[in-house]
Design a protein around this ligand. Structure first.
Ligand code: T4K
Length: 369
């Protein structure tokens, strides 16, 4: 048996010679960070590619979440999902905000809008949903609730690069959206991230906040932080942006192959494409029903591992199960049955642009027994 390791993802890398040519320009200019030429160019290129008015680049996908909460002066309680990567809730914690977990809709893995209103208290100031796996939240319903109660909405769109609903970027929903450009994402700048906002004034404020609050050489507009992207990663990001459509199409083909092979496997389910949505195929989660499949999720996960097919249990354990959060009333398992069910049954299969036919077959064979 071929024992080469198949990883859950693999970074989209630019051609090294192309990258070297860009590095030469940076070396010649000696301008290596602080809103340089490549940084400016990438912000504009991303705004155009994504179909959004303004983009502010960050050094990762966690700091724009923390900064968005600061910029909107969010305090008290924020309604969020336990079914995400820990960074979502950590961003609230770092701002001294109490997370209030609401269960998910099993059809999407996203926060269930029907359960949001019951979690609102006089201390609630915002909703922070996640487009988990890049699947769009029900943004209209969430906005209706936010309008009714005067709440802000910040989307953690770390997984939703390039996702559109009926031709409109999902990143235009809510007050702000944040992206991650980590190496493991569909589009990467090694480490990196961004915030998407609707107006120039907010963009200006965010640009100050990510640079210590400096408005000019001598004026500080507020307690900012340092979360700027440097020129090397911005240049890298301009190159990977040219490759990302092909990478998404390659991922789409992997999704087609997985769905074709696994559709009739008893006890294995997965998401299909949503009508009108341009997906990015950032993850391919499958859900194992142990009774029907005849094997538990963990047994399958370890069987795959033994065959060097490294799926991942994103997102297990739930955020609400980590020691920092599990004492919260909203973290009680009885409040989050759907999220627990999903976290206990999920395996994200290897999904990236460079998977070969053989890799896909080896993955499928592990599941088909
Ligand atoms: N919000 C959400 C919803 C998020 O999912 C994330 C991050 C954030 C916010 C925060 O964004 P950032 O601050 O991270 O930009 C990964 C990522 O580190 C993290 O970015 C991501 N979500 C999370 C879901 O997954 P790990 O710990 O699973 O990555 P790791 O190192 O185990 O890598 C997984 C596989 O990827 C490896 O087995 C092989 C491959 N890989 C990885 C790296 C780093 C490579 O081939 N090359 C590489 O350089 O966390």
């Amino acid at each position: 048996m071929n024992k080469d390791i198949i990883t859950v993802t693999s970074p989209l890398l630019p051609d090294l010679n192309d990258f070297h040519a860009e590095l030469q320009k940076i070396w010649d200019s000696k301008w290596i960070t602080n809103n340089g030429a490549f940084h400016k160019q990438l912000e504009l290129a991303l705004a155009e590619y994504l179909g959004v008015p303004y983009v502010s680049l960050f050094t990762n996908g966690t700091l724009p979440l923390i900064t968005a909460l600061q910029a909107l002066r969010i305090t008290g309680e924020v309604i969020t999902t336990p079914y995400s990567f820990v960074a979502t809730t950590h961003a609230l914690w770092w701002n001294g905000i109490k997370p209030v977990f609401v269960d998910i809709d099993p059809a999407t893995g996203n926060i269930d809008p029907d359960k949001i209103e019951a979690a609102i208290t006089p201390r609630t100031t915002a909703i922070m949903p996640v487009h988990v796996y890049g699947k769009p939240c029900d943004t209209s319903r969430i906005q209706e609730i936010a309008n009714k109660y005067g709440l802000k909405v910040i989307y953690d769109a770390a997984h939703a690069f390039g996702v559109k609903v009926n031709g409109e970027s999902i990143l235009n929903a809510g007050d702000m959206s944040t992206l991650s450009f980590h190496a493991t994402k569909v589009y990467n700048t090694i480490e990196g991230g961004a915030m998407v906002m609707h107006d120039e004034r907010t963009k200006q404020r965010i640009d100050y906040l990510k640079n210590f609050g400096f408005e000019n050489e001598t004026t500080i507009m507020g307690p900012g932080i340092n979360s700027k992207m440097d020129e090397v990663r911005a240049a890298y990001g301009l190159l990977t942006l040219k490759q990302v459509d092909d990478a998404i199409e390659a991922r789409h083909q992997v999704a087609i192959a997985y769905r074709k092979a696994l559709r009739d496997v008893e006890g294995i389910t997965f998401f299909d494409d949503m009508p009108g949505v341009r997906h990015n195929y950032s993850y391919f989660p499958i859900f194992v029903d142990a009774n029907k499949y005849g094997m538990t999720r963990d047994d399958l996960y370890f069987k795959m591992k033994a065959a060097n097919v490294l799926g991942r249990r994103y997102f297990y354990p739930l955020i609400s199960e980590f020691s920092t959060y599990r004492g919260l009333e909203s973290a009680k398992p009885e409040n989050l049955p759907q999220a627990h069910n999903m976290a206990n049954s999920v395996i994200c299969l290897p999904m990236h642009h460079a998977l070969t036919e053989e890799d896909i077959q080896r993955t499928i064979e592990c599941i088909m027994k």
